[in-house]
Design a binder for this molecule. Structure first.
Ligand SMILES: Nc1nc2c(ncn2[C@@H]2O[C@H](COP(=O)(O)OP(=O)(O)OP(=O)(O)O)[C@@H](O)[C@H]2O)c(=O)[nH]1
Ligand SMILES: [Mg+2]
Length: 524
């Protein structure tokens, strides 16, 4: 059974945004009362929060797949989709988040820090939001974009004031148990401790934390034993306490060579940039197990040597508790010093490196040769998002995409890159959207014939004014009178005869009745 986990790969999937809605308002006597499709809701973000209540990544080891809610889709009557709920994942203080390439994304050094590790997708606009004076009734809406999906690596680095380092079975766990309320497993076989234990020590007014890490052996910095895994935990501790076993019966081992080997391992461990190398941190030495008579003798014998090397040395026994008090106060002094130093550093104005604001309107066009001629690939945050938002089954939506791309200058860029009509264009990396470029369709011809998004049904029905109707009436009357006059003239000229059923020189009775306009002057 795994009892402690300090490295977990999380598989995250943030919720996608909801689709926008296409809907037309209907009212009694007004069946086409304008677009009223609501927007889709945004997908929920996945947020990591450093929480002092959490001490292990075990929960994530057991269930590493986490996903947040998707946004709701928009509905008619201007109803917007609901927002997907944010998923908050609490992580222990001291967690470092890295992407799959090992690049550090965030370092949770303090409680209460937040990091949006997987942003949710954007909700799509409904046709109400897409309408404008030029586009009165869009017959399309935007799709929601998918949320961020991928893996991140969580690494837990213990944060403590003092780290206990030493060979396996030197008595590190015994020491933390004697000095604090921590209750680690203690036994006389190597690698009893498999994960760091934290304890809080009180020395007078000062309280500090102590981390008991698994034993180190030669080659630890290269990954031997459990070393490398656990040197990571030492990385976050401001002071080190070497626990040296003076009662070891193993051949070839003595406290001095133990210390040298451990120091060499600490020196070989690469700390992240900006941190003090492990060997340069304040260090004390505890010569342990002096309740054993030979050990006490050895400790007394070694003390001057170690002091000559510049170390403060304490002879202790975790069994008889001898020397623990002095050690505890000495450590508290070290801790206070380093805290004062840290406070001084914090007071200095910190240089905050912020990522450059992303100008997402930038895009690039690259030309790639292929079996079927050149492929023009368009890469950029905006074009790629727009493609995700497009419903390719809807011509109007595709047209809207074309308009947006043209407006961004993609057409121009394609021209410059040497694309001709019919060229293969792909938006996005890998399996992006491929289409044949038809420059005229997207820019001029289509726009000339009809502005996109106009529903002919919605065009205002033309009702002539009274003046117009009067003008029309007179026009019609004039035309009739003229036609009649012509007819009579022709009859008078004898173009018409009785065979046609007309009586020469007379006006048809119904014509007179109908219009009430006299034509008598003309024919008599
Ligand atoms: N006589 C004596 N034995 C001790 C003392 N301190 C620890 N021991 C014994 O040494 C053995 C190892 O102790 P641990 O505290 O488990 O040692 P450790 O350094 O944590 O070992 P790992 O976790 O394996 O790295 C146990 O059997 C302890 O009882 C001491 O002061 N005197
Ligand atoms: Mg131990």
């Amino acid at each position: 059974m795994v009892t402690f986990v300090d490295r977990v790969t999380l598989h995250l999937r943030a919720g996608g945004g909801g689709n926008g809605c296409v809907s037309v308002k209907r009212e009694k006597f007004k069946p086409l009362a304008g677009p009223d499709g609501g927007n889709g809701g945004h997908g929920g973000d996945i947020v990591l929060v450093s929480d002092p209540q959490i001490t292990t990544l075990l929960g994530y080891h057991r269930s590493p797949h986490r996903s947040s809610d998707t946004g709701g889709f928009g509905m008619g009557d201007h109803r917007n989709g609901f927002q997907g709920e944010t998923l908050i994942l609490p992580v222990p203080v001291g967690t470092v988040v890295k992407d799959v390439d090992g690049v550090e994304l965030v370092d949770f050094v303090e409680p209460g820090m937040e990091f949006v590790v997987a942003p949710g997708g954007q909700g799509g606009l409904g046709n109400a939001a897409l309408s404008s004076t030029k586009r009165k009734a869009p017959g399309f809406a935007l799709l929601g974009t998918p949320g961020w999906e991928g893996d991140v690596l969580l690494e837990l680095k213990t944060v403590a004031d003092v780290a206990l380092v030493g060979y396996p079975s030197a008595g590190k766990s015994s020491l933390i148990a004697a000095m604090s309320a921590a209750k680690p497993k203690i036994a006389d076989y190597p690698f009893t401790t498999l994960h760091p234990n934290l304890g809080v020590v009180e020395a007078g007014e000062v309280r500090y934390t102590m981390a008991d890490v698994p034993g180190l052996i030669e080659g630890a910095s290269e990954g031997k034993g459990l070393g490398l895994e656990f040197l990571r935990h030492v990385e976050r501790c401001s002071a080190l306490l070497h626990v040296l076993d003076c009662a070891t019966l193993e051949p070839g081992r003595d406290p001095i060579s133990d210390l040298d080997i451990i120091l060499a391992e600490l020196a070989a461990y690469p700390v992240p940039e900006g941190q003090t190398p492990l060997v340069e941190r304040p260090q004390l030495i505890a010569l342990n197990k002096i309740d054993v008579p030979e050990a006490r003798e050895l400790a007394e014998f070694l003390r001057p040597d170690l002091e000559a090397r510049g170390y403060k040395v304490f002879e202790i026994s975790t069994v008889s508790r001898e020397g623990l008090r002095q050690l505890s106060f000495a450590l508290s002094e070290l801790v206070e010093e380093s805290r004062a130093r840290a406070a001084l550093e914090a007071a200095k104005p910190r240089i905050v490196l912020r990522p450059k604001p992303v100008d997402d309107s930038k895009f690039t066009v690259t030309v790639e040769g292929g079996t079927y001629g050149n492929l023009y690939r368009i890469l950029g945050a905006k074009p790629e998002r727009w493609v995700q938002q497009t419903d390719f089954n809807n011509e109007e939506a595709v047209g809207f995409l074309a308009d947006r791309l043209a407006k961004l200058g993609v057409e121009e860029a394609l021209f410059k890159a040497g694309a001709v009509a019919g060229a293969t264009v792909m938006i996005g990396a890998g399996g992006g959207v491929v289409f044949d470029w038809e420059p005229t369709l997207t820019s001029t011809a289509e726009l000339l014939t009809q502005p996109r998004g106009t529903d002919p049904r919605l065009d205002a029905s033309h009702r002539p004014t009274r003046n117009q109707r009067r003008d029309e009436y007179f026009e019609r009357m004039d035309a009739k009178a003229e036609a009649r006059a012509e007819l009579l003239r022709e009859r008078a000229a004898g173009l018409w005869n009785d065979d046609e059923g007309f009586e020469v020189g007379s006006v048809p009775a119904d014509a007179q009745q109908d219009e009430g306009v006299t034509t008598e002057d003309d024919d008599r």
